[in-house]
Design a protein around this ligand. Sequence first.
Ligand code: FES
Length: 108
Amino acid sequence: MTDDQGTWHEAAALSALNEGEPYGIEIGRHHIALYRVGNEYYATSNICTHAEALLSDGILDGCEIECPLHMGRFDIRTGEALTSPVEIDIRTYPVRVAGDRLEVCLPA
Ligand code: FES
């Protein structure tokens, strides 16, 4: 389904998304990291803007993901680069729950 934001894609079963455990997926050319914080879900690019490490291999601390390579941090709600050495924000994507699945909206 497509709307003004982009196209909604099935991303993962909710049962696969555990608190504090980033989950990496690929949809077409998009590398996406999914996160569960309590009953909230978030999606960001999975590629660190510093040197392209996979954020899904990093450590989720509340709403901050720490890159596994040089420990830069991003806010998964906004994508904001929070700590050195990261300076460029990561992209975030809208998500929604559909039954027992999480969907993510990607640009068309
Ligand atoms: Fe992520 Fe360097 S690759 S902080």
